[in-house]
Design a protein around this ligand. Structure first.
Ligand code: F6R
Ligand code: MG
Ligand code: MG
Length: 369
């Protein structure tokens, strides 16, 4: 077999640059502006292909190229696109225009600049199915539970038991966002250690997953944490993730299966509440009730010679109707708690919101003993 030595990179780079009404949805003019810029970059040969979409108020640039991960030209392109889109937001008077552009100048890499990104470089297999997940009103730790199920739970992914290529398991890289250290742990042998970390979703985040037998890269998650970067709450780090599927990796259906459970995630309303993660079609990725409930969309592509074939809007399926109903029931139940925990986040997480400003004012109300 002749090996395809050309490597393809898929970069999903996103930012909230302002939206139509409040923190709701991206405006069609913002999408058109990004598409125009990326068409130009495709014509110039910088990127091979692209799609522009949105998940709620986050603009999503899905690009394929051959420049590798963390490439300054690709990050620079996204930065330029985001700046132009911000001009459109300002012209239209959209809400929170340019929210995620935290710096005035670009210095070669988007890390710590505000936008979130997930990137993956690989040699294309004979057929390369991938899924791009995009979420709104939540944080990267929202992927911890479903990704554990996809890559480590045989009750969810049958292939872990049945497929010899997956039978040895997967290696998880887990980032501690507070200490900025990365753990590498192996499932199934170290499953309990993995769970001991990733159950703390606001701190330990699954960032990369490899197949153990050959170290094949299987999944990546964006790990930007806006609140910590800015030192205060400036908007959520609504995450994206890329997962490769099939042929010795979890099947598309095995990758989607854990999302049939609408688990509770942080990020709903003012980044300060827990709500169920509701899988929806792209057109329903619009957070209304209490700015939520948090949404997730999944686009399926085949990649061929660095070109994107698709997308298929994978949650646009009645098979997820029950999940959506359940999510609404959970949303109702959680909302009844109002400002009380556990609907409202715990104090450690609230540190990065505006609550400390309110508490500061209360100091004058302390009764002297
Ligand atoms: C933003 C978000 C919203 C806002 C809320 C208050 O992504 O999720 O819930 O936090 O609408 O927004 P401001 O403070 O801009 O009025
Ligand atoms: Mg917003
Ligand atoms: Mg958002």
């Amino acid at each position: 077999m002749v090996k395809n030595l050309v490597k393809t990179t898929i970069s999903v780079i996103k930012a909230d640059l302002g939206s139509l009404v409040g923190h709701h949805v991206v405006h069609p003019d913002q999408i058109a502006c990004a598409e125009k810029e990326l068409s130009q970059a495709k014509e110039n040969g910088l990127i091979h292909d692209f799609r522009v979409t949105n998940c709620g108020d986050d603009l999503q640039l899905i690009m394929t190229h051959r420049k590798g991960e963390e490439n300054p030209e690709i990050h620079g392109l996204a930065w330029e696109v985001f700046k132009k889109v911000t001009n459109v937001s300002k012209e239209l008077g959209l809400y929170a225009a340019g929210q995620d552009l935290l710096s005035e100048t670009f210095s070669g890499n988007l890390k710590g600049m505000g936008p979130g990104y997930a990137e993956m470089e690989f040699e294309e297999r004979i057929s390369e199915p991938i899924i791009v997940f995009m979420a709104d009103k939540t944080e990267p730790g929202a992927f911890n539970l479903p990704f554990y199920k996809i890559f480590a739970d045989p009750f969810s992914t049958a292939g872990l038991v049945i497929d010899p290529k997956m039978h040895d398991g997967f290696v998880f890289q887990i980032l501690d966002v507070f200490e900025d250290v990365t753990y590498e742990l192996s499932a199934p042998e170290e499953s309990y250690d993995i769970l001991a970390l990733i159950g703390t979703t606001g701190r330990y985040i699954v960032k990369r997953i490899f197949r153990k037998v050959d170290k094949l890269l299987a999944a990546v998650v964006s790990v930007t944490r806006l609140s910590l970067i800015a030192g205060r709450y400036v908007g959520k780090d609504d995450p994206v993730a890329i997962v490769r599927a099939q042929y010795g990796l979890p099947a598309v259906g095995e990758i989607l299966e854990p999302f049939a459970f609408p688990h509770l995630v942080a990020g709903w309303m003012r980044g300060s509440h827990y709500g169920p993660l509701m899988p929806v079609s792209q057109k329903n990725a619009r957070c209304t009730r209490f700015d939520g409930p948090p949404r997730i969309i999944a686009f399926g592509f085949q990649i061929k010679d660095s070109k994107l074939i698709g997308p298929v809007d994978l949650f646009d399926d009645p098979a997820f109707d029950m999940t959506r109903m359940k999510a609404q029931e959970i949303a109702d139940y959680m909302r009844r708690h109002g400002p009380f925990m556990p609907e409202r986040l715990g104090p450690e997480e609230m540190e990065y919101t505006t609550l400390p400003q309110v508490l500061e004012k209360l100091k004058s109300k302390v009764v002297k003993k």
